[in-house]
Write a protein that binds this ligand. Structure first.
Ligand SMILES: Cc1cc2nc3c(=O)[nH]c(=O)nc-3n(C[C@H](O)[C@H](O)[C@H](O)COP(=O)(O)O)c2cc1C
Length: 187
């Protein structure tokens, strides 16, 4: 097979879009972020441009929320990415609730909300990578099946940098740690 060389490009996409929630001058602010990392069951990271209002408020408060929007929320998500909390009040766009931490506004309408404490900040070119420990996770009954968050009900919004477009998850293929068992191991 003739492979094409594409250069040193990050092709780890699509990624889930999260709305990062912070407080700016006492009001809730949300910004979509797709540079999201998931490192273990309690640790996440987000890559945020240094110029964003979100970066300044995370550095100040050492807290942030991750709100997972569903596909029907796409217009509002996109809109929050066109305005900065530095000069535009985004607090009226969503119904907001607060949980355990003081400065982590969360969006009622988002199926899943994660409250995070900043544990580490990595300086990377023009960005900060904020590492967060999840201190609490929130959802509604409507998104649970047998007590677990059900991906098909959440219908999360995905972002693909390569075509700068939004995508959605399609079908469940089957259980993990299972299809491999049907392959005979050859050394
Ligand atoms: C789908 C989408 C994904 C984005 N992903 C990121 C990202 O991963 N990191 C980032 O710094 N900005 C990202 N942005 C841009 C910010 O969300 C945008 O500049 C926003 O207005 C910043 O708001 P703030 O100044 O209130 O923080 C994304 C925007 C969109 C629409």
């Amino acid at each position: 097979m003739a492979k094409n060389k594409l250069g040193g490009r990050n092709l780890l996409f699509p990624m889930p879009v999260v709305l990062v929630g912070t407080m700016i001058d006492g009001r809730a602010n949300f910004a979509p972020v797709a540079y999201v990392g998931s490192h273990d069951r309690k640790t996440v990271s987000i890559g945020v441009h240094r110029g964003h209002a979100t970066a300044a408020s995370i550095l100040d408060d050492k807290e942030f929320s991750l709100n997972i929007p569903s596909v029907p929320m796409v217009r509002k998500v996109d809109f929050t990415g066109m305005k900065s909390g530095a000069n535009y009040d985004k607090s009226e766009l969503f119904e907001v609730f607060h949980g355990t931490l003081e400065n982590t506004p969360m969006i009622e309408k988002c199926p899943v909300n994660l409250e995070c404490k900043l544990t580490e900040t990595i300086e990377l070119n023009n960005r900060y990578v904020f590492m967060g420990e999840i201190v609490e996770a929130w959802t509604d009954d409507a998104f649970l099946t047998n007590g677990e968050v059900d991906l098909s009900r959440v219908d999360p919004l995905l972002f693909n940098i390569n075509d700068a477009a939004y995508w959605r998850v399609s079908d469940k293929l089957g259980e993990a740690w299972d299809p491999g068992t049907t392959l005979e191991w050859e050394k």
